[in-house]
Write a protein of this length. Sequence first.
Length: 373
Amino acid sequence: MVKSYLIGLNIVGVVLISLLYTQDGVNFEYSNQVGVNINETKTITLTIDKGDATGAARLVLGLNRAKGVEATILNAGGGVPDKEEGNLIFRWENLPPEPVIEVTFEVRGLQYGTQIIDGEFSFMDGTRKTLHLPDKVIHVYPEKTPKLDCHRDIKETEKGMYEIELVIDPGSNTGFGGIKENIPEGYAAKILEANNATTKIDPGNGRIVFTWLELPPAGEKIKVKYALKEITPTESIYNIEGYFWAEYMIVDGKSVEYFIPTTGKAKELPTPQIDPPLTDVTYKVQIMAAHKVVGKEYFQRMHKFNTEFTVEAHEGWQKYIIGNFPEYQFARDKREELRGSTNLPKPFVTAYNKTKRITVQEALVLSNQKWVQ
């Protein structure tokens, strides 16, 4: 039993953190949402820091080793989306001028087990170059995965210091068990309350581990507490998530883990004073793109987003837009606020000249504004 648990623990240890991978000066980074139940969907973001790469390019995400999930492109990052032999394809006639490209896709769990998405990114740099992406590991959980009562609370105790309290009711689960929480990038962790667990802070893998040789008896809740200190200034604590496991938590003869839902804690951002635009150029924030129209209920349920939005048809997609800002920085600040306070799949800034959609670079030139990272 312990052996099978340790195998599962090793798998989870691999997939809890986001993947950062550099090749020939091009960076690839996946978001760290990796747990999905059968018939449940999760959104995954791939960030490509292309550096100075220009011209035509092609991204292929291979699903041959991920037969247990169904994948759908949500946002092609300015490219043309396609699907060939089950693989996700993104094509750019000319790469966007911005150094960073973000593409998002949705996976739905079909079959229990570990699924692996591989890929390659090809572009022209005098000659054709093909770079291999890191494997993206997705663990699909059984439909009967236990549903536990858990709550994670985050509060700011002083500037740059946060206290996180996690309370779990393990129900009837007993025996060997534990909790694993990820440490957000840019923060250091300190254990405050361990509830008699053996603890380990593993900054190299970006996680905190609490382990019990014997879980508390039935009817008694588990409460752990830890602190996060901001080391590198950021605008938010991004997506704290974790796992709970127990020795006898078994479905269909296999050990399973409970994915503790993601919690995000955003800092309060000042509301910008928006003056009437001096030019015909405006900036908005695109929160998602899809081939079908969905309502507010979908965004509230799936992305914790309940603000009004508009839908515009563009290049065969239904694109969901919010805001109307005369300054690029105001739209950028709104984008960062959404990334910290919602589960939206990486919203990004868009630009318009009157009613025509243009690139952000063109808009910055026309409005004589500077780009802000």
